[in-house]
Design a protein around this ligand. Sequence first.
Ligand SMILES: Cc1ncc(COP(=O)(O)O)c(C=O)c1O
Length: 329
Amino acid sequence: MAPPIAVCNRGSLARHGIRIALASPAPESESAPPMDPRNQKVMVHVGGKIVPRAEAKVSVFDSSVQGGDAVWEGLRVYRNRVFQLDAHLERLERSARALAFEKIPTRDAVRSALFETLKANRMTDNVHVRLTLTRGEKVTSGMDPRNNQSGPCLIVLAEWKPPVYGTGGLRLITSTVRRAPPSVMDSKIHHANLVHNILAKIQANQAGVDDAILLDVDGFVAETNATNLFLVSKGELHTPTADHCLPGITRSVVMQLASKIAIAVHERRISLAEFHTADEVFTTGTMGELAWVREIDGRKIGEARGAVTGRLCELFAATVGREGATIPA
Ligand SMILES: Cc1ncc(COP(=O)(O)O)c(C=O)c1O
């Protein structure tokens, strides 16, 4: 049997002869991350057609342009399989229903569009897919969904993209931007209104670190601008409740894996001091899988990936290597 594929690194780009910056203990955040040149020529599924990247466009009347009125998912393809496909399709559909989209495409229709796109690009591994469903084109500009009369627009954007974080450990800061409570913007809707996250990421970039932690309105840790957070204390896992963070699919997989190896998992409100003084901290997300955290707000968490994080990374690698929806021939 083939060994589990590498996760928690971006080494696979090098296999394609692409020069990348090696992960360093204190990653530079001043320049944009490296790009795989093959992505210049990808075929994109948009509005029911598969077209070359240069022609992949939505109307200026599209709801995503007018108001960020769209829902989305990020998925990964490993060894000819799409990991956690059903969970992503379910979250996409539920997000669209929560936003009262009309004529939501069926999960089967989205699945077919995804597979068609992967086939058109001959993509079977090391691929990240951004699925976006916008409320669609409006008959006139404005925010009123009654101006949407032609149904949603599905975008399937697949790119060659290994996990985005290096192996040297992440450096985080705490952002001044708060994660909105459900009364403002429910984190259980995976919407494309990402300005809060982008503002937090700008703060991280300006501070020269990898990402930023958003607190909830009461000052408890919610998540980072792009990932869920876990800490390890006395051998047990703790993660913020999903009241103020996206109930991430990687988060849920990690919680199941931990339970399988008898590591206790606690979902609760967690203060920043607990993260600052944790034995280990790691982030989870489809884009970057599991990534260990070296430093938060200048406090050292660890010099190397911790034992519990390492064990979960190994189990995650084995899981993505064997589970997922097979891309039909
Ligand atoms: C804000 C935020 N938190 C967490 C995640 C991780 O979620 P998942 O594991 O489902 O990719 C994402 C991914 O889109 C995100 O945008």
